[in-house]
Design a binder for this molecule. Structure first.
Ligand SMILES: Cc1ncc(COP(=O)(O)O)c(C=O)c1O
Length: 477
């Protein structure tokens, strides 16, 4: 709240101490209501946790907890030294229901606006070649023809499908024709398409435990019977899947870099999984969301490259290599499924915006994509090493940093400082978007730790400042 909203502030935040509802929740609810009603303007600075706490007569940690939750829901944005502001780009009323429903969706509701520190899964937005992008976009806009303004192919812009097929053949070992590529509006849209085209309500679907919550949510939303299958250092434990639901019709896996543990699926497990799919006449969705990012050795070939029986649908996204604001992804479907899947794409929507697809197509065809990936691999390896070293320096023996072969986040285990959910709450209170590994389990968590994105940490000075803040939040706060 800014100073001329002082009266409003006191009014809004008169807390009712006779209620059983915790004080921090009362603060969250009132601020959320005020933001949604437009009483607090997007971009406006809110009082520091310290000053609001003293005004309300509560502990600073109570206000920090409330701010942390609101930041997680996308209402507030921590801007380091510049303080905390009402998010400038609030999704109109969207978070309200999700935030209050029985299944809060902090992981599916990614914060809008600039990524907060340690936010997971966002590429280095500062390193995106915006000038080049603007040049390609301008050229495409200027060249718009009458045909470009008509409906496009719901399965995707043909030259982009061709460019994706070429890229996958060369870089990911996936041999496919352009006709097998369907362009979608993101991972969720790809999964929804698979569910609609290939599965029936109540079919069983294996998902990884721990896993990526939106995967589970989309499949549940499609009426499938979702079955959690544990993951170990070799990836999905296929034998457990067989014990729990051998007759399932779908498995969604992240073989290159398991989300969130980071292990690559072993060859033995890959073959076991393919054999199960063949026997059960089930489909496998290979979610290769960040397979491009490996820091040791070469990117691993995709599971799809072993798929002699046409059971694997390969799902890629431009969110990690370009940026998530594009909202473009793709699905490679086996040849015999092309007609079913392209028809389902046409039933679902008019397809993705032609202009964005055309720009991405030029980006790929003119070699910028491959160059950008190569650059980002080096940059991320540097940023990751910087964060790991700083954590080690700041926390010493109290932290164990886990680095895998690839990915866009690391896992930090802090001994003796509390549960990972408590730590993540404290970090979020300080405006740091670390997530708890245990939130990634649908059932009882087997492992704990903080998941920390490193891709957007721009400098040594920034990492020092952020880790200092984290230390204050976890150890002092
Ligand atoms: C495991 C996993 N799969 C897929 C995606 C990509 O999703 P989208 O295409 O919706 O950005 C992400 C993004 O964070 C992810 O973490």
């Amino acid at each position: 709240m800014i100073s001329n909203e002082r009266a409003l502030r006191t009014d809004l935040l008169t807390l009712d101490r006779s209620r059983s509802e915790p004080l921090y929740r009362q603060i969250v609810q009132r601020l959320r209501d005020a933001i949604e009603q437009g009483l607090l303007r997007p971009g406006a600075r809110v009082a520091s946790a310290r000053s609001l706490a003293s005004e309300l007569g509560v502990a600073r940690s109570t206000v920090e907890l409330a701010y942390g939750q609101l930041a997680g829901e996308g209402y507030l944005l921590a801007r380091g030294q510049a303080g905390t502001v009402i998010s400038p780009r609030l999704p109109p009323r969207a978070p309200r229901r999700a935030a209050r429903g029985s299944t809060p969706g902090p992981l599916t509701l990614a914060p809008v606006g600039p990524p907060p520190p340690f936010q997971l899964g966002i590429p280095a937005l500062d390193a995106f070649p915006r000038k080049l992008w603007a040049r390609l976009a301008t050229r495409r806009v200027r060249a718009t023809t009458i045909a470009d303004m008509n409906y496009g192919d719901p399965a995707g812009y043909a030259p982009l499908r061709e460019a994706i097929a070429t890229y996958l053949r060369v870089s990911r070992g996936v041999a496919c024709s352009p006709a097998q590529v369907v362009v979608t509006a993101g991972h969720r849209a790809s999964l929804a398409l698979v569910s609609r085209a290939l599965l029936a309500p109540h079919d069983g679907a294996w998902v990884e435990e721990p896993g990526y919550p939106p995967t589970r949510e989309v499949l549940q939303g499609a009426g499938l019977r979702v079955v959690s299958v544990p993951v170990d250092t070799q990836g999905l434990r296929v034998a457990d899947g067989l014990r729990r639901a051998a007759g399932a019709k779908l498995a969604v896996v992240t073989p290159s870099h398991q989300s969130p543990l980071g292990y690559s699926m072993s060859m033995a497990r890959r073959l076991e999984l393919l054999a199960w799919a063949q026997d059960a006449k089930a489909w496998i969705v290979e979610d290769d969301y960040d397979g491009e990012y490996r820091y040791a050795g070469h990117p691993l070939p995709a599971l799809k490259s072993l798929d002699a029986q046409d059971r694997v649908l390969y799902a890629g996204t431009f969110s990690k290599v370009l940026h998530p604001g594009l909202a473009l992804a793709y699905l490679v479907v086996p040849e015999p499924l092309v007609e079913r899947c392209t028809r389902a794409a046409g039933v679902a929507s008019n397809g993705c915006p032609q202009l964005a697809q055309a720009i991405v197509c030029d980006f790929l065809q003119e070699g910028h994509f491959a160059r950008h990936i190569k650059k980002m691999r080096l940059l991320y390896a540097r940023r990751r090493a910087m964060l790991a070293a700083e954590l080690q320096k700041a926390f010493g023996e109290a932290v164990q940093v886990e680095l895998r072969g690839g990915g866009m986040h690391l896992i930090a285990r802090f001994g003796g400082l509390g549960s990972d959910t408590a730590l993540s709450r404290r970090a979020q209170g300080a405006g740091l978007h670390c997530r708890a590994l245990s939130e990634r389990y649908a059932g009882k968590p087997a492992l704990e730790g903080l998941l920390m994105g490193f891709t957007n940490i721009a400098s040594q000075a920034e990492v020092r400042q952020l880790v200092g803040r984290l230390r204050n939040a976890l150890v002092v706060g």
